[in-house]
Design a protein around this ligand. Structure first.
Ligand SMILES: Cc1ncc(COP(=O)(O)O)c(C=O)c1O
Length: 321
C-alpha cells in the first residue's frame, strides 16, 4: 500500500468549483471559505475553532494567551519535536515525561511524579497515532484539581473520539495539524479548538497582527482562502476516511496480533496502525527517538526508549492499494 493523501478524487470537481469562485470573486484571504471551514470544524469538533497557516502558529497563540513564557511546561518525550520546540521557542521551560507502552501517549503515573517534582503551569498531552491518550480522563481531572493548564496536541487525532468526546475537549485548548501526511490535510495549516472564548478571540487577533481591536500583539498566521476551501471539502470527507480506515483494519489487520489495542468506547482516526513486532512491510515508526534524546535532556524515560525501539507502523492509507 503506497502512501496516499487522504483526498477523494471525487471531490476534485467541487474543489475546482470553489477555487474558481475564489479567483472570480477576487477574495484570496479572509473570505467566506475561511469562515465556512472554521464553522464546519466547530460543528464537527463541538468546540469553537480558529484556522491558522500552521500547527505552530496555533500553538504559539495558546502559549502566548496563557503567558507561559518562563513557566514550566511538561511535555511527553514521545512526540514530534514540534511540541517541545514551540514551547521552548516561546520561552517556556520544558520538562519531559515518560509514555505508556500501551498507547505511546504521556503516562499519568509519570506525570503525577513530574508535577510534584517540577510544579508546572501547563501540561501537553499528545494523542499519538490517531487515538486518544488512554489516560486522558485521569489527566484532565488531575490538571483541573491542581490548577494546571492542559493543552492537547491533536496533530494526529482527526476523527477520533472517546466515549463520544472529541480531541481538544478535555483540556484548555487543542491544536490540529493539517500537514500533507495527516488524516485530512490542506497541504499546510493548523486548527485551534477551545471552549475558552477569550482564547478564541485572542487567537483570531493574534493571527492577524492584532486586528481588529489592536489590543493584543500578533503576526500573520492566516490561512489562505484556497486552503480553507480545501479544508471545507476535507471536513465533509473526514467521516468517510475514518470509516474506510477502520473497516480496512477490521478486514485486513487481524493477522497482527501484537498490535495496539484500543479501550472500549474509543474510536481512532487511524492516522497510524501500530504493532509491537517487527514486520516485513512497515512504513517505519511514529518516532525513532524520544525528544529527551533529540534535545539532549538528561531525563531517564525507559518506556519512551522501549516504545521507540519496539513499535512499527503497518501501511494504512485511505483508498490505498
Ligand atoms: C505530534 C505533532 N505535533 C505537531 C506537529 C506539527 O505539525 P505541522 O507539521 O503541521 O507544523 C506534528 C507534525 O507532524 C506532529 O506530529
Amino acid at each position: 500500500m503506497k502512501f496516499k493523501i487522504g483526498f477523494d478524487q471525487n471531490d476534485k470537481k467541487k474543489l475546482f468549483k470553489y477555487w474558481d469562485e475564489i479567483i472570480q470573486n477576487n477574495i484570496w484571504s479572509e473570505g467566506k471559505f475561511t469562515k465556512e471551514f472554521e464553522e464546519k470544524w466547530s460543528v464537527h469538533n463541538e468546540l469553537s475553532t480558529v484556522s491558522f497557516s500552521s500547527w505552530a502558529g496555533a500553538a504559539e497563540a495558546v502559549l502566548k494567551f496563557y503567558n507561559l513564557e518562563n513557566k514550566k511546561i511538561l511535555c511527553p518525550s514521545n512526540t514530534f519535536q514540534a511540541t517541545p520546540m514551540i514551547s521552548k521557542l516561546n520561552g517556556s521551560i520544558v520538562k519531559f515525561v515518560d509514555c505508556n507502552k500501551e498507547d505511546l501517549c504521556i503516562s499519568y503515573k509519570d506525570l503525577v511524579l513530574k508535577v510534584k517534582k517540577y510544579k508546572p503551569k501547563a501540561v501537553w498531552v499528545v494523542h499519538i497515532g490517531g487515538h486518544i491518550s488512554f489516560d486522558i480522563e485521569k489527566i484532565s481531572k488531575f490538571c483541573k484539581d491542581n490548577n494546571i493548564l492542559l493543552i492537547e496536541d491533536c496533530a494526529h487525532a482527526h476523527g477520533a473520539s472517546f466515549k463520544g468526546k472529541k480531541p481538544g475537549s478535555w483540556g484548555d485548548a487543542g491544536i490540529y495539524s493539517l500537514y500533507a501526511t495527516k488524516t485530512i490535510s490542506t497541504g499546510e495549516g493548523g486548527l485551534l479548538v477551545s471552549k475558552n472564548l477569550n482564547l478564541i478571540e485572542f487567537a483570531k487577533s493574534f493571527k492577524n497582527y492584532g486586528k481588529p481591536k489592536n489590543i493584543v500583539p500578533g503576526r500573520n498566521l492566516r490561512m489562505s482562502e484556497f486552503s480553507a476551501a480545501l479544508g471545507c471539502i476535507q471536513v465533509e470527507r473526514l467521516k468517510d476516511i475514518v470509516e474506510w480506515k477502520n473497516n480496512y483494519v477490521e478486514k485486513h489487520m487481524s493477522k497482527y496480533t501484537n498490535n495496539l489495542i484500543l479501550p472500549n468506547g474509543m474510536i481512532s482516526g487511524r492516522y497510524k496502525f501500530i504493532v509491537f513486532e517487527k514486520i516485513e512491510k512497515s512504513v517505519g515508526k511514529v518516532y525513532e527517538k524520544g525528544c529527551h534524546k533529540l534535545f539532549r535532556d538528561k531525563e531517564e524515560l525507559p518506556n519512551t526508549d522501549w516504545v521507540n525501539k519496539n513499535h512499527w507502523c503497518v501501511p494504512l492509507f485511505y483508498k490505498g492499494d
